[in-house]
Ligand binder design. Structure first.
Ligand SMILES: Nc1nc2c(ncn2[C@@H]2O[C@H](COP(=O)(O)OP(=O)(O)OP(=O)(O)O)[C@@H](O)[C@H]2O)c(=O)[nH]1
Ligand SMILES: [Mg+2]
Ligand SMILES: [Zn+2]
Length: 291
């Protein structure tokens, strides 16, 4: 039988067939010996174990369309990266690192600016910061419901992974979109500004025909992916055009004179926070030991 892994906890994988049959499965030992690890989002061949109702066995993983490291899921069409316009406060570096990871992993991105009910001006400010990146930005509130119809439209006929810092409202958004998702939602503790009932495992939810959304655990920080310094700029889409005007073809847009990206920064074509994130990525990479 063919199915999709919708959840994985401690070596047990919940697999759902197209007909809606659910089975909690173990993966055969051969996977481990081959170094293959089933991921949430994997399409698999599985069989039911007749003696134990509701259990099964994964016999084979079908070829993946893609495979993400952060978060570890497979076969995603796009990522919806969430930030909050209220609490917890928006951190540009964390969003920029999410964007960098997704671009590097080849996954198209939407930016969702949530909790706009808490601070409408901040939501507009964040959206404006990302306008020049070309990433679509959607402002919404899972609480008031505003912006949700437009968001739902973007999720149609796709498998979308929700990603973002802990407490930004990923699970709450899922509950708003799918009333019977029943995800646990964290109360924001004032001291840490992040959720307490935080999501621990990635899980797939059925939104509507051909449309799936994945809830994932939040990150509080995200390191720069394993890139070379000269590769980073290509994942900052708004740098591409100004970089054509750099004097040196191998310009890192750092200390070099006559740099098109730095000129664009001065003229406001490139946002300062984006450029600062880029510089942080360079620093991270330079600080790494060769291996
Ligand atoms: N005012 C307001 N509060 C919201 C909104 N969405 C979520 N919250 C609150 O934000 C807190 C955290 O929400 P969660 O949905 O648990 O956040 P999460 O992103 O799933 O967090 P992790 O699972 O830890 O990654 C809860 O107290 C929610 O009630 C919103 O649109 N408006
Ligand atoms: Mg959650
Ligand atoms: Zn340059």
């Amino acid at each position: 039988m063919q199915g999709k892994i919708i959840k994985g906890v401690g070596g047990f994988y919940t697999v759902q067939s197209g007909e809606g049959i659910l089975a909690v499965c173990r993966a055969k030992g051969v996977f481990r010996s081959r170094g293959e690890k089933p991921l949430v989002g994997d399409e698999v061949d599985f069989s039911l174990i007749p003696e134990e109702e509701g259990t099964g066995r994964i016999d084979a993983l079908l070829p993946r369309k893609n495979e993400l490291i952060r978060p570890a899921v497979a076969n995603m069409d796009q990522a919806l990266i969430l930030v909050s316009a209220g609490k917890p406060a928006f951190h540009p570096l964390l969003l920029d690192n999410f964007l960098l990871w997704m671009a590097w992993q080849g996954v198209p991105v939407l930016i969702g600016v949530g909790k706009c009910d808490q601070d409408r001006e901040e939501a507009q400010r964040i959206a404006a910061l990302y306008q020049k990146t070309g990433y679509p930005v959607l402002i919404f509130s899972a609480l008031s419901g505003e912006g949700l119809p437009a968001l739902r439209e973007k999720l149609k006929n796709r498998t979308t992974v929700l990603a973002g810092a802990s407490g930004v409202g990923k699970s709450t958004l899922l509950n708003a979109l799918i009333p019977d998702a029943g995800m646990e939602i964290g109360e924001l503790s004032d001291r840490l500004g992040r959720g307490r009932h935080t999501t621990r495992h990635s899980e797939i939810f059925f939104l509507e025909r051909n449309s799936f959304v994945l809830d994932t655990p939040g990150f509080t920080s995200l390191e720069t992916p394993e890139l070379k310094a000269e590769e980073v700029a290509q994942y900052y889409p708004e740098f591409t055009e100004p970089a054509k005007h750099c004097r040196f073809p191998d310009c890192l847009h750092d200390k070099e004179p006559d740099c098109g990206v730095k000129a664009a920064l001065r003229s406001g074509e490139v946002e300062r926070s984006r450029y600062e994130s880029y510089r942080r990525n360079l620093e991270d990479i330079r600080g790494r030991r060769p291996y």
